[in-house]
Design a binder for this molecule. Structure first.
Ligand code: IMP
Ligand code: MG
Length: 176
């Protein structure tokens, strides 16, 4: 690795927080079916770890968007590269994303999913960077950790497609 990664949130802290979130999700959807919709690729690690903590009748689906930006900045224009495989009309949905930054991605995704009239739509993110918010009124129902305005990687999050596999969240210190 050519960049320095400074650990911000440990694997143990993530595991502990996910247990708490899983408990809240279970209470919300007990006795009901739930479709987990992961936003590729960043949400993969969170989704698979959270799913295994949910003692519920769940199904998986995925959506992939791109935001016409470079590695660290998003442009606000969202394009859907891969849409859901199955209908969510009348279904309970938990939209799972790695991080909410400006809020543009989740806001567009929420509107896109609501157009299909799900029974219930809840949003779960691992990380929230509230200092960067540009869209008002988009508040995740479940948030792992609120972090300062630093560029982070690991646990699904990438820098130019690297570091998604790290089991912890770390801040990228660019060595240029
Ligand atoms: P938003 O649309 O500005 O909320 O951006 C959300 C997307 O930007 C996330 O899905 C990530 O792909 C990316 N992103 C924002 N902040 C970070 C970060 O610190 N590390 C890695 N990706 C990030
Ligand atoms: Mg992403």
């Amino acid at each position: 690795m050519s960049d320095t990664i400074k650990q911000m949130i440990s694997a143990d802290e993530i595991d502990k927080r996910l247990r708490e979130i899983a408990q809240e999700v279970k209470e919300e959807f007990v006795g009901e079916e739930l479709i987990l919709v992961g936003v590729l690729k960043g949400a993969i690690v969170l989704m698979t770890d959270l799913a295994r903590k949910l003692d519920l009748d769940v199904e998986f689906d995925f959506i992939e968007v791109s935001s016409y930006g470079n590695a660290t900045e998003t442009s606000g224009v969202i394009k859907i590269n891969k849409d859901l495989k199955h209908s969510i009309t009348g279904k309970n949905v938990l939209l799972i994303e790695d991080i909410i930054d400006t809020g543009l991605t989740l806001n567009s995704l929420r509107n896109h999913l609501l157009a299909q009239n799900p029974a219930k739509l809840k949003i779960c993110v691992l990380l929230d960077k509230p200092d960067r918010r540009e869209v008002e009124g988009i508040v995740p129902d479940y948030t792992g950790f609120t972090i300062p305005d630093k560029f982070v990687v690991g646990y699904g999050l990438d820098y130019a497609q690297k570091y998604r596999h790290l089991p912890y969240i770390g801040e990228v210190i660019l060595n240029s």
